[in-house]
Ligand binder design. Structure first.
Ligand SMILES: Nc1ncnc2c1ncn2[C@@H]1O[C@H](COP(=O)(O)OP(=O)(O)OP(=O)(O)O)[C@@H](O)[C@H]1O
Length: 546
């Protein structure tokens, strides 16, 4: 999952890189593109040569005369002149631009398509997570720019499937993507999860695929190719008045992008993914299977997820009378014949809400099971192992907020390299704001603690500056730190207790050993409040004793 600000920053950075590449190909994105090869990497024929080659080898467009086809190709060469005639043509294939994947994506696709990974179902988790991120981003941006919602206030995810043909569509009404964002996002790798996956793969030093890694890290959007032979992404950003279609095939080093021209396929805003499943994976298109997977993987998504389900109701219908019976009846005394009826089930299809949208931190802690806390942690922070401890609490009075904090079982990031850890996800009135404010909400030396914080007192347009100066944040930070210390001390006390955050002494020693650097860094850290210092020193002493 990505935070809004993180994503916008990385998207901007990626746009700059990709803009350079794309500008070598089409100076004006609105020019209707013909089968032009657009290289995303170093490979490929020079652009001008590519265009000419494409024109020479362009096949005849189905249902079009050569004259019209030529006109279109002409249009590609001389600019906008034939834009309207291109729009009038009911064939889109010929208008598609061909792009090559970045080398890393090619490698990843190759691994995914040829992997023997048995837990292929994670594809749905990854796609729903992307849809939820896109909705989070829209909701966040719409706080300052309500116009973004003008094409529909509904924020939801809808999944429809055709089990006979093995097709699944996943539609979200989120932020969508512009053409450039499509190229930047679905042709290159800049995403956290996928990049982590590749790093881990490299570190595992295995020539082949370590199947477990897919499950541990997720491979984001590309996991669609675990089950699909073709994927179509149709997307409309509120920043653009055009809808674009990305199309990729398993086992292909390139993808295409074209403008959506079919009025029936236009969406007001957001993204629709259509997965054409591989023959052996068509079972994933069964509506009941989809619902089961959502229960398993996506129960913490805070937007409604609707699935298209077959339903039924019973009704009484009249049945035709048996002619022999009717004849017999005629011979008897004339009485009004009694109409016979039978009960039938009337089938119909409708959307069904398939998830619980109340965030886990708003629930009563007594009603949340350890498994639910652990699942929420793993899904939210992309973790593989259960946490060592968790703490769910509500603070009321002077400042009101709810939070769940976790101590992970392993520490992956090294705080000495001064990277942001994105360990705290900040929500304001349930709206996800950012995971970039970790330093402001939490001291750096506690960066191993992960969690969510939801405040009702902060403004929705909260910025780093507001956080730094806010008295509310100072109080929140103090309480969060105290809770984090309580939690770590709780782990330490567990040596002499039967039940203490369901962890073992072995786990404690392990975590303190690994967190040693964090504690040390805390010692040398900037000025801290005395109470914080006291607890910190106590922890430090404790950890040294062990
Ligand atoms: N439904 C969507 N709506 C809008 N943008 C999307 C959607 N799906 C994917 N994207 C864009 O594609 C990018 C790449 O997606 P991918 O799933 O590969 O990685 P990620 O979501 O960024 O990272 P991670 O897998 O770690 O959460 C996303 O960052 C986002 O910008």
């Amino acid at each position: 999952m990505l935070g809004a600000s993180r994503r916008s920053l990385s998207a901007a950075a990626r746009s700059r890189v990709a803009a350079g590449v794309a500008s070598a190909v089409t100076a004006d994105a609105s020019v209707p593109a013909r089968p032009i090869s657009v290289s995303n990497g170093a490979r490929g024929v020079p652009q001008q040569q590519n265009r000419l080659l494409s024109v020479l080898v362009a096949p005849k467009i189905a249902g079009m005369s050569n004259v019209v086809a030529l006109k279109l190709m002409d249009g590609a060469l001389i600019g906008r002149r034939y834009e309207s005639s291109a729009a009038a043509v009911d064939s889109t294939d010929q208008l598609a631009e061909k792009h090559e994947y970045q080398a890393e994506v090619n490698r990843l696709m190759d691994l995914i398509v040829h992997s023997l990974y048995s837990n292929k179902e994670v594809f749905l988790r990854e796609l729903v997570s992307n849809a939820s991120d896109a909705l989070d981003k829209l909701r966040y941006l719409s706080v300052t720019d309500p116009e973004l919602l003008k094409d529909g206030p509904q924020l939801d995810i809808r999944i429809q499937s055709d089990k006979d043909n093995g097709v699944i569509t996943i539609t979200d009404s989120g932020i969508g993507m512009t053409k450039q964002e499509l190229i930047d996002s679905l042709g290159t790798i800049a995403s956290s999860g996928t990049a982590k996956f590749l790093k881990a793969l490299k570190e595992s030093q295995e020539a082949g695929m370590d199947n477990n890694l897919i499950g541990q890290f997720g491979v984001g959007f590309y996991s669609t190719f675990l089950v699909s032979e073709k994927v179509v992404v149709s997307t409309k950003s509120p920043k653009s008045d055009k809808q674009y279609v990305w199309e990729g095939q398993a086992d292909s080093g390139s993808y295409t992008i074209r403008e959506e021209k079919d009025p029936e396929k236009l969406i007001p805003r957001g993204t629709r993914l259509t997965l054409y499943l591989k023959h052996d994976d068509k079972g994933f298109a069964h509506p009941e299977r989809i619902q089961k997977l959502l229960k398993n993987y996506s129960q913490f998504v805070s937007f409604p997820i609707y699935t298209w389900q077959e339903k039924g109701f019973t009704k009484e219908v009249e049945v035709d009378e048996d002619p022999a019976e009717a004849k017999k009846g005629d011979d008897d005394i004339k009485t009004e014949p009694k109409k016979k009826t039978k009960t039938v089930v009337e089938k119909y299809w409708d959307w069904e809400l398939s998830n619980e949208t109340q965030p886990i931190w708003l629930r009563n802690p007594k009603e949340v099971s350890t498994e639910e806390y652990n699942e929420f942690y793993k899904k939210t922070f992309n973790e593989y192992l259960n946490p060592l401890a968790s703490s769910h609490f509500t603070t009321e009075g002077e400042v009101e907020f709810r939070s769940i904090l976790y101590v992970p079982a392993t520490r992956k990031d090294d705080i000495t390299d001064n990277r942001k850890t994105k360990n705290i996800r900040l929500y304001v009135k349930r709206v996800f704001i950012s995971d970039d404010f970790d330093g402001e909400l939490f001291p750096r030396y506690l960066s191993f603690v992960k969690g969510v914080v939801d405040s009702n007192d902060l403004p929705l347009n909260v910025s780093r500056e507001i956080l730094q100066e806010s008295r509310i944040v100072r109080i929140m930070r103090k309480r969060l730190v105290r809770k984090a210390f309580d939690m770590v001390l709780g782990i330490s006390c567990s040596e002499n207790r039967d039940v203490c955050f369901h962890i073992s002494l072995w786990g404690l020693r392990k975590v303190l050993g690994e967190l040693w650097k964090n504690f040390k860094a805390g010692c040398h850290g900037r000025q801290r409040k005395s109470q914080e210092n006291c607890s910190f020193v106590a922890l430090l002493l404790f950890s040294k004793q062990r």
